[in-house]
Design a protein around this ligand. Structure first.
Ligand code: SF4
Length: 284
């Protein structure tokens, strides 16, 4: 983890202190979208029961990313701007080993009657058996709880050599397969624009719209994770983040006059950066 902090070392708020801390960060940054990720956010479900309606009242979109190790509160389903994303890393034999105690059996019980987005990070192991991704997408498409399926690709750090990393040919084949699967299973969100971004990711964080427009904080609600949510020195040339790909695909989209949506976006980011600099100077 980057930003000079390791999650184990940062303080972990709870109760009213957590509720007040989160809301004060939100009121400070005034984001368009908030993601609450783990560890496991559901261990603080009581605090989230208070926080999520307050975020909703500010008309901010939000998502909670969870392993669904415990039941997802039913009242969260009534929040119009809220989405629950469940991390499911492959089919039961692989997922259950990796994510125990949030096994398939528990997930299926804990999402019953809810609506969720499934998020899977594809590792090399999942690409080694033909039909694996088809089975995964087919299984989750058939579940009535699934609203969408998002797929990320394993993103290594610079110089990392772990076996999870997709070799270039496997990465290209997975992208082709996922695009075809998205035609057969519409819940799978994998547009041509996203495939293009996965195939040609930003060269570095300075060229990544996602990194430039996102602020990631650790559990102490102060330390920033840099340069993006992966922290450390992520290998942008192998970026597989679904959020980054989705945003970059929107930025690459050409508007009717041939203007790239990203040019407007980049201009607004620059204005935002200037405003932040001025604000920081005024605060000194
Ligand atoms: S790893 Fe991906 S999300 Fe992070 S800065 Fe690089 S391109 Fe952006």
């Amino acid at each position: 983890m980057g930003g000079g902090a390791v999650l184990r070392q940062v303080s972990d708020y709870r109760g009213q202190e957590l509720i007040d801390g989160v809301m004060s960060v939100i009121d400070k940054y005034r984001p368009l979208h908030v993601s609450i990720v783990g560890g496991e956010p559901l261990v603080r479900y009581k605090e989230l029961n208070a926080i999520l309606p307050m975020i909703e009242a500010r008309r901010i979109h939000m998502q909670v990313v969870t392993s669904a190790v415990r039941p997802i509160p039913m009242e969260w389903m009534n929040l119009a701007n809220s989405r629950v994303v469940v991390s499911i890393d492959g089919l039961p034999p692989e997922h259950d080993v990796r994510r125990k105690p949030a096994t398939y059996e528990r997930i299926l019980k804990n999402i019953e009657g809810r609506t969720i987005t499934v998020h899977c990070t594809v590792t090399r192991q999942m690409t080694e058996r033909p039909g694996y991704l088809h089975e995964f997408v087919e299984f989750w498409s058939a579940r009535k709880e699934t609203r969408k399926i998002w797929i990320s690709l394993f993103t290594p750090q610079v110089g990392e050599t772990s076996y999870e990393i997709l070799p270039p040919d496997a990465r290209a084949a997975v992208l082709e397969e996922l695009f075809l699967l998205s035609k057969k299973f519409p819940k799978l969100h994998m547009t041509k624009g996203m495939v293009d971004v996965y195939a040609h990711p930003p060269t570095d964080p300075a060229h990544c719209i996602f990194a430039r427009t996102t602020t990631t904080l650790t559990a102490d609600l102060q330390s920033r994770i840099m340069p993006c949510q992966f922290g450390g020195r992520p290998d942008c040339s192998q970026c597989g983040c679904v959020a980054s790909a989705g945003l970059q695909a929107v930025a690459n989209y050409r508007l009717p006059l041939g203007i790239r949506a990203g040019s407007i976006y980049e201009a607004s980011v620059k204005v935002g950066e200037i405003v932040s600099r001025v604000k920081r100077r005024q605060e000194r």
